[in-house]
Design a protein around this ligand. Structure first.
Ligand code: PLP
Length: 460
């Protein structure tokens, strides 16, 4: 008998406790959309069948994480849960200072309160929306310098999250005094969940060294990034993922983390760095709004769950399943002729909505049209990552970004292959009717981060 590998993806876990899903009719979903003003963030979650809005905080914790929660120590200061958490973080990211926060954006706010300011410039491969908002809230400018291939939805470059090193060098050559730090987001969420290679990180490090600038990683999906390095980068194929992660962190001076992603938490994050003075400034900020430095807005039990999650996320069986099952969805859509961002990213499949509904002008939000249709047709909640999210400029003008994407983010260890097969069927039906989808207009919006709360209306 053959020893060839089987093609069926076997989830490396079995189900131990279940959550009910509620079925709705298309008629009911039309009503829910009207009530939510066509903004999918405003839907009630129980009206959603398959929730692919985000992979952030939506994953299933393991038996061992739930057990760790029972071990949580809720002392205000110096809890043993904090030290367990710090040890687990340092096992992968050996930074001197590890500051817990309630989620990633709190780490960003604290970092840019310390490092940002009017007239300054912060380069990144691509800023995530909250990172950009926190840089801009400090008065600084957020500049995206991903490689050109990273802006082309069909380019098959294996590391489309890479920083454009020449552009970084040019920026620093001209504005070195205005750049407080350089950031690299791994994987590059806003650019399609695309990885950054070790070679590119080394290149960024060299440029930073030449100009004396600290390098910070926005490291939410560090394990997925390391798995891609193992799979795609020369000489990395036999390595342990945890070692690759340590190589990535050794190149940086610090990091921001949303522990709602790869660390397998439902809440949490941290800010870490080597620099003592910066750490002191950040801890003062932390105490002002988040909490004392050994809990930072988290319960001791959350810190325990994260410490355990960090051990689980670097396991090769998990990462093999995770990356393969995301690709399974993406490849099925591609086979049906639905334009998807290539190669398939780690945590999500991104539909190129401009390609799917070319009749809709980018300023009439093709991504929103596709996302609304996926919910109406099949109860699937996705996330527009395009002109609704990024179109409004600080000067008030509206400019379409380079892509209008719809992200189908896969929560960790949550949905089975049959859920995903259903998603594929719904996408097929939406694609068949995409040519008649209407455009949308925004009827009310806040001054920033409008996609969360804007009210939206279909054009006749
Ligand atoms: C790359 C990246 N950075 C930062 C954040 C912000 O993290 P949080 O949602 O925990 O505030 C996210 C969240 O999706 C992200 O994907």
């Amino acid at each position: 008998m053959s020893d060839a590998p089987f093609s069926t993806i076997v989830e490396p876990f079995r189900i131990h406790s279940v959550e009910p899903l509620v079925m709705t009719t298309r008629q009911q979903r039309r009503g829910h959309l009207r009530a939510a003003s066509y903004n999918l963030f405003q839907l009630r979650a129980e009206h959603v069948l398959i929730d692919l809005l985000t992979d952030s905080g939506t994953g299933a914790m393991s038996r061992d994480q739930w057990a760790a929660i029972q071990h949580g120590d809720e002392s205000y200061a110096g809890s043993p849960s904090y030290y367990l958490f710090v040890d687990a973080v340092r096992e992968l990211f050996p930074f001197e200072h590890v500051i817990p926060v309630h989620q990633g954006r709190a780490a960003e706010r604290i970092l840019f309160t310390a490092l940002g300011g009017p007239g300054l410039i912060v380069p990144n491969n691509t800023h995530f929306d909250t990172t950009r908002a926190n840089v801009e809230a400090s008065g600084a400018r957020a500049v995206d310098l991903v490689i050109a291939e990273g802006r082309d939805p069909l380019n098959e470059h294996p590391f489309k999250g890479n920083m454009d090193l020449e552009a970084l060098e040019a920026l620093l050559a001209e504005h070195a005094d205005s750049v407080p730090c350089v950031m690299v987001t791994i994987t590059n969420n806003s650019g399609g969940g695309q990885p950054v290679s070790l070679a590119n990180l080394r290149g960024v490090r060299e440029v930073c060294d030449r100009y004396g600038k600290p390098l910070f990683l926005d490291a939410c999906r560090f394990a997925e990034n390391a798995w891609f390095i193992r799979e795609r980068e020369d000489g990395q194929g036999e390595r342990d993922v945890a070692d690759i992660v340590r190589d990535m962190s050794a190149l940086a001076d610090g990091m921001t983390m949303s522990a709602k992603k790869d660390p397998m938490g439902n809440i949490g994050g941290w800010l870490a760095m080597r620099d003592d003075d910066l750490a002191q400034t950040c801890r003062t900020q932390l105490i002002l709004t988040e909490g004392f430095s050994t809990y930072g807005g988290l319960a001791g039990r959350d810190l325990e769950a994260l410490a355990q999650g960090l051990k689980e996320v670097v396991q090769h069986d998990y990462l093999r399943y995770r990356i393969r099952s995301t690709a399974y969805l993406g490849e099925a859509l591609q086979k049906m002729g639905i334009p998807v961002l290539r190669p398939i990213g780690g945590h999500a499949v991104y539909i190129d909505a401009r390609g799917l509904a070319p009749q809709i002008d980018p300023l009439q939000y093709p991504g929103q049209a596709v996302a609304v249709a996926l919910y109406e047709v099949g109860g699937i909640r996705s996330c527009e990552i395009g002109t609704v999210m990024f179109g409004r400029q600080p000067d008030g003008s509206e400019v379409a970004p380079s892509m209008d994407l719809v992200r189908l983010a896969i929560p960790r260890r949550t949905y089975t292959q049959s859920h995903i097969d259903y998603v594929i069927e719904v996408c097929e039906r939406v694609a068949a009717g995409a040519a008649s989808l209407p455009g949308y207009r925004i009827t009310a919006e806040p001054p920033s981060l409008r996609h969360f709360t804007a009210t939206i209306q279909a054009l006749d």
